[in-house]
Design a protein around this ligand. Structure first.
Ligand code: GNR
Ligand code: NI
Length: 177
């Protein structure tokens, strides 16, 4: 098990399009383990492979309070979405400290493969529906701040770049000693 580095907005690698997973081997199981560990440690309720610079259609989610209900979605596709929509105050491990309302389908039916390559379907509502749609956006290279107004997005981008500069400066300072 190992922790993976989470890319931060506006890293251009967050906008790469993920390719379908084709091999259900040990390497995939290792990657799922590492992504789950990274998500729990962050802590977050979901993580898409794109966020750890692996551009394959793989998502882990755990919305349980006990952190004991890991869900793995490989090559996920939305096969039905409700007309009803809901606004949820979203955050993202790739945009730390930022929370804002995003309008999405209130309920979605998802078809995906499990860790062994077996197909399954699940219908989600509430936070799980939000999370699945948020993670599937990552696989398409989309970060939730892209739903916000250009003004908000530009402010967020500027804040993230400033934090990155400060982090780099701090890293250099502590490394120089
Ligand atoms: O940890 C997360 N919390 C969250 C809260 C509201 C809506 C979506 C999310 S997903 C996020 C983890 C993450 O960045 N996944 O890509
Ligand atoms: Ni995210």
């Amino acid at each position: 098990m190992s922790l993976l580095n989470i890319l931060r907005y506006p890293d251009p690698r967050l906008h790469k399009i993920a390719k379908p997973v084709t091999a259900f081997d040990v390497r995939l199981k290792q990657l799922v383990d590492d992504m789950a560990e990274t998500m729990y440690e962050a802590p977050g309720v979901g993580l898409a492979a794109s966020q750890v610079d692996v551009h394959e259609q793989l998502v882990v989610i755990d919305i349980s309070d006990s952190k004991s209900d890991l869900r793995v979605f490989i090559n996920p596709a939305i096969v039905w979405a409700s007309d009803e929509q809901q606004i949820y105050d979203e955050g993202c491990l790739s945009v730390p400290g930022v929370y804002d309302g995003v309008l999405r389908h209130a309920s979605v039916k998802v078809r995906a493969l499990d860790i062994n390559g077996k197909a399954f379907e699940t219908t989600a509502e509430g936070l799980l529906a939000v999370c699945i749609q948020h993670e599937m956006d990552h696989l398409k290279g989309k970060v939730f701040v892209e739903y916000l107004s250009p003004l908000k997005r530009n402010r967020i981008k500027a804040r993230m770049l400033k934090e990155e500069r400060e982090n780099n400066r701090e890293k250099k300072r502590s490394g120089a000693r």
